[in-house]
Design a binder for this molecule. Sequence first.
Ligand code: PEP
Ligand code: MG
Length: 787
Amino acid sequence: MTGLAADHLERGSVGLESGASVVGSSAAPGQRLPMLESLRRIVQEVNNAPDLERALTIIVQRVKHAVGADVCSVYLNDFDNRRHVLHATDGLRARAVGRVRLELGRGLIGLVSERAEPINLDDAVSHPRYQRITDTGEEHYHGFLGAPIIQNRKVLGVLVLRQREKRHFGDDEVTFVVTLASQLAGAITFARTNGELARLQDDGIPQRFLPGLPASPGIGIGTAVVVYPPADLNAVPDRRAENADNEAKDFLGAVEHVAEDLDRFAARTQAHLSAEDMALFDAWRLMLESDTLIDGTLSRIRAGNWAPGALRETIAEHAKVFDDMDDAYLRERASDVRDLGRCILTHLQKLAAAPIQYVPNTILVGDEISAMQIADVPREMLAGIVSTTGSGSSHVGILARGMGVPAAMAVADLPVGRVEGRELVVDGYRGRVYVAPGPAVRAEYQRLAEDDAALTNELQALRHLPAETTDGYLVPLYLNTGLVSEARPLGIEESAGVGLYRTELPFIVRDTFPGEAAQMSNYRRVLELFAPRPVTIRTLDIGGDKPLPYFPMHEANPFLGWRGIRITLDQPEIFLTQVRAILRASIGLDNLQILLPMISTVGEVDEALLLIHRANEELLEEGYQVKLPPIGVMIEVPAAVYQCEALARRVDFLSVGTNDLTQYLLAVDRNNAHVAKLYDEFHPAVLRALLQILAGARVHGREVSVCGEMAGDPLATFLLLGMGVHSLSMGAGSLLRVKRVIRSISRARAREVLKVALQCEDAASVRRLLLDALEAVGLGGLVRPGK
Ligand code: PEP
Ligand code: MG
């Protein structure tokens, strides 16, 4: 359900109390259901509709009935042909569907679309924009209510109610129609993308893409493999069963396990529950053994779906029967059915825990994809990543860039459950996804992918050349690593060392905190791999979007809460164990640097230094030949920007975490797709903060590195070079792209561009300026598809 619908439902803003319009979609004759209830049911039906045509039909029929109008229709905007096309109606002639085409912007439909707000007229005929449409069999309808169907600020169409007599639709009816119109937006966008709409319109509008956010540059063409969190029935995709007999056996096995669980649980709780409560177990047993559930699922398996998909469909159908009941108690039973479905799925997933079959050119798709799920795909098979949530600066985006895999995030309209096995194109430059692309789209992207491969090859020639400007200024490029466990991280040869080793992974994948020895062997491996080049190991930065399953933190605002250094100073045993492991790992190598995350006060630095010194001394006392390494702090909180000088005095170097710095400076959650448009490292405030950091560090002669994602953006290279940042640290996928820019420009040119950028008043102007500067040196292809 969309936020808007949910909102309306929760607040009950559709006139429940007034009790004004109370006709329900499937109410028994004479029985009138509150409009809120009607809305809930229609939303549910629309969400379960298999395709757009069905969703539209449900909407027009149910809305007409619920409001008691004479006609309900949906017009969709066909922007390419500049017209509004009638797509569904209840009340007008059925054969008018697809045939009635109004010039874009004309008539009352055009007015609703233009104004992007509902229009409610008692007497439409007397309105100057009224236009009579003859081929719909339309008489002179007087009452008119039109609501725009909007997504991402764009009007996709209009939902219209008409009445023969004069009628002013009530406020509750307007809200009701607006809410339902919002439901349609997602279904329409998806239908447009996969060509469904073209078939409906029968005139072949060009295929459209599903918009998302760019997360990792490149073009991926391949087959969708859907991943989903365990025991989440709604997230289970449809998948073709390899072997129906095995699927059926697994399903029956899972049912058997649930039956045993129920018996065990009933026996254990018998003494504490009333006979009435115990009857619930019998009800569950009955449901579990019902023909609806067993035969329904088995017949869906026989029809070709795999067991979890067949179960999802059966449970949804079964739950809907209860959902539609008028009795509140019986309606509640729908949640019992869903609970039961979840229990069966849990066992099914245990029984059928066969490894996922990745195909060549796998495009990994999911609502929330984890680093583990990405790491599970053999690298040579992974062609792209698409997530319906997150953003380019969330850790999955960072990981994709590090691996050089094209990725789009926040592709919110992608119906994950329906794309398994379908061909997808991922445009990681623009954050777009095409489902089942037609030949023209496919051919164009094939060409762009070839350009991309040529660019990657061309960049290989730079591998052993220095990152030096045309006027001889050297900017060492370091690697960000640690998000996944790799025997040999990519970029190992072409980097000057590791500028950021994120240490969270071993803490996230285990059931408990890893001990000193386990941590040490991890750190030793990376220090050895890069020696004698420096390796900067960052102390634990859990919290925020990286909680530990075994270390519960329930916070209203995790990014403003217990995170990074705040946790480790409050739990010094965790910090000391880690520091000891890091120091021991570097014995004899002499290439270690330690970095402290999330610093917001000088006190935190003083405390952390004290603990590091203590660990060092303890180890010396224990006979280990450890040595205090250079220590730096991350500047990623606005408070640290303004205290840079005081911080720089205490440590050996500064490293700017632009990912967090941007989110905290702009008050934009880096993982929240709704506000992702506001998240921009080129915001003038971020540029000014960077200048301030450099000035503070200069007072004490400290070097400043940038290790946030900005460092790996070829557009940002002009600015960071111009500012005089000493080194950059980035994911492996960005190293050669950034090196290409550095080797193509002079420091003087970078300074010129920076000067103009600092006069810009918004991020978009800065971005335009940088794009022009990059195109001017013939390198636009580094940040957009095509040569
Ligand atoms: C940052 O915030 O820019 C950073 C490098 O750290 P992380 O992305 O791990 O928070
Ligand atoms: Mg950070």
